[in-house]
Design a protein around this ligand. Structure first.
Ligand code: MN
Length: 296
């Protein structure tokens, strides 16, 4: 089969409103898509002010925030204050460490988003944190379809956001009854997350909220839209470094995770404090009694 379907699991986030998300990566059926190590899908919901995530830390990764509907304000420990709207992307490169908070802004419509993480390779994972907001992204019309490239390069177009891995991310809109074929590097792993509608992905039915995974070896991905369909297309070279992912941290060993947790709990200057409209911070959970093992 040229694609296999991953049905996401429901996860309740540690927030003021106990919102739940659908997580397709990491998942017992899918650990990564290239360097994409985390894929959360939120909404759509009419509770547009329902996302209230107080200050929490990250290390060793890039967070990528992409909205389909709604508005979210980001603040962080390096002084960024940024409202994001559909068609724009936020890239937060955590590196050595950053803390941030997110609060959605009430609108008349709905709130609908994905939150993605990219692993940072060994050479840059301890770098100084940085934040980028990109409001001008390449938008391509391919037949009836519309492709917005928010990360990396696809179809000859490149997002301005800084990448450290050979990865890409795009939103693809395909009207009902239409299709698009996108050439891909056969070295890449590909994920197609259906956030609206239903589609055939390389001939395999992917329902709403499902993710179609395509292993390396394919030279194109074809999306045949059954209903009006919106997907997030992710891909990249398989990321082969072994990682320990725990809570909001990405590291290489249990000991690193323990020291990151200690730095957060002791409010060390690895994660400087900042003011926001939410107040407070999310405490780290207890470490498990077993030693966390790196996984490839
Ligand atoms: Mn976060």
């Amino acid at each position: 089969m040229s694609a296999r379907i991953v049905v996401p699991r429901e996860v309740v986030l540690t927030t003021r409103t106990n919102i739940s998300v659908r997580r397709s990566v990491p998942h017992r059926d899918l650990r990564r898509i290239g360097a994409w190590i985390f894929v959360d899908h939120f909404g759509p919901t009419t509770q547009t002010d329902g996302m209230v995530v107080a200050a929490h830390p990250h290390t060793g990764l890039q967070t990528v925030t992409w909205l389909f509907e709604g508005r979210v304000q980001h603040r962080d420990s390096i002084g960024s204050v940024q409202t994001i709207e559909p068609g724009q992307v936020n890239f937060m490169t955590a590196g050595h460490g950053i803390s941030h908070s997110e609060i959605s802004v009430r609108t008349d419509g709905q709130l609908h988003a994905v939150q993605l993480w990219l692993a940072l390779p060994e050479s840059v994972r301890d770098q100084t944190p940085m934040f980028e907001h990109e409001a001008e992204l390449p938008v391509l019309r391919i037949g009836d379809a519309t492709v917005t490239v928010f990360a990396g390069s696809l179809l000859g177009a490149t997002s301005p956001a800084t990448m450290f891995t050979d990865s890409f991310g795009a939103e693809v809109l395909v009207p009902a009854g239409s299709s698009i074929t996108i050439p891909i590097d056969p070295a890449h792993e590909i994920g197609v997350l259906v956030v609206e509608g239903e589609a055939l992905v390389n001939g395999v039915t992917a329902g709403l909220t499902e993710l179609a995974f395509i292993a390396p070896g394919e030279t194109s991905v074809t999306i045949d839209a059954i209903g009006d369909t919106r997907v997030v297309l992710l891909g990249g070279t398989p990321f082969t470094e072994r990682l320990v992912m725990w809570w909001n941290f990405v590291a290489r060993s249990h000991d690193e995770i323990r020291s990151m947790r200690t730095d957060w709990e002791s409010a060390s200057n690895r994660f400087p404090e900042f003011a926001d409209d939410i107040g407070g911070r999310i405490p780290a959970p207890e470490l498990p009694n077993v030693t966390l093992q790196p996984r490839g």
